[in-house]
Design a binder for this molecule. Structure first.
Ligand code: MG
Length: 291
């Protein structure tokens, strides 16, 4: 099923998107529960609440499926071979000395306040960064909590998937050997347009694409991940308890702006669209601000 968090008037709701993508039926959840977005459903542990009368999708505003994650979003760096090579040659890779392709997954995070919805603006401030880049990524949403999860058990802990754009200030990423600041600028984690449960797609073989102003920049497939989903979950959960609603962005394929010569960074008015087969499309416009 496809589940979206949305607002209508001043109320936040969580609803089931119909297969045709034209209407959304809110689940019968309390206002308190709905503040957590799709995490409210994960907490129901398989017993879905009833749905109420649907709204046309064009009458509601989509929010990010998990609008306010309870902690940082886990992210995997350099997790597609072609991107690992383009990034290690960019001059901004503070981990390049260890080789283009990492021996162990690179794990970093983005603060929760970076999250914005489909169609919300990515704000860029040229006084802070002049090298803003896009990164199309599949993100996992954890359902069943766990620690020390074995690879063969990993999918028991996955609730579903969504799309994120891991927007990055390359100059800040290169300047600081820890990537957090370059990855955690306000509005730098578009997420959505909704989440899908894990039964909806074969995640070992799913196409992922990114367009900027309609031009295709990234086109790959999850079959090309260096560290697959099971090994990512095993790596992070080895000592870090994963919790319901945790989000893990799995890395981006080649074709990011810094991989071009000269680099093609995002500028005011650009529209970035990330598509993942079986999930949908996440589209956000960039807006320059000086505040
Ligand atoms: Mg990334």
């Amino acid at each position: 099923m496809r589940v979206a968090t949305f607002s209508i008037g001043s109320e936040r709701r969580v609803g089931l998107v119909d297969p045709g993508g034209v209407s959304i039926a809110p689940f019968d959840l309390s206002a308190d529960e709905a503040t957590e977005g799709v995490v409210a459903l994960i907490r129901r542990d398989g017993s879905l609440p009833a749905t109420l009368s649907p709204y046309p999708l064009d009458r509601i505003s989509l929010e990010a499926p998990i609008p306010s994650p309870r902690r940082n979003i886990f992210c995997v760096g350099k997790n597609y071979h072609d991107h690992a090579h383009e990034f290690s040659q960019s001059g901004f890779d503070s981990s390049a000395a260890a080789g283009a392709v990492p021996k162990h997954p690179i794990i970093f995070s983005k603060v929760p306040e970076t999250v914005i919805a489909n169609a919300a603006k990515v704000l860029i401030d040229p006084r802070v960064s002049t090298a803003i880049d896009y990164e199309a990524e599949l993100a996992l949403i954890i359902g069943k909590p766990g620690r020390g999860i074995r690879p063969e058990d990993a999918f028991q802990h996955v609730w579903g998937y969504t799309i994120v754009n891991d927007v990055t200030a390359r100059d800040l990423q290169g300047r600081h050997s820890q990537w957090l600041v370059g990855k955690s600028q306000d509005t730098f984690c578009p997420m959505g347009p909704w989440a899908v449960t894990k039964d909806e797609i074969d995640i070992s073989d799913t196409a992922i694409r990114c367009f900027v102003n309609g031009d295709i920049r990234q086109s790959s497939n999850t079959s090309r991940l260096i560290f697959d989903i099971a090994s990512i979950i095993a790596t992070i959960s080895a000592g870090v308890t994963l919790r319901a609603g945790d989000i893990i962005a799995t890395g981006t394929p080649a074709g990011v702006g810094v991989g071009f010569d000269p680099p093609r960074y995002l500028k005011d008015g650009d529209v970035v669209r990330v598509e993942i087969d079986g999930i949908g499309a996440l589209e956000n416009q960039v807006e320059e601000v000086r505040a």
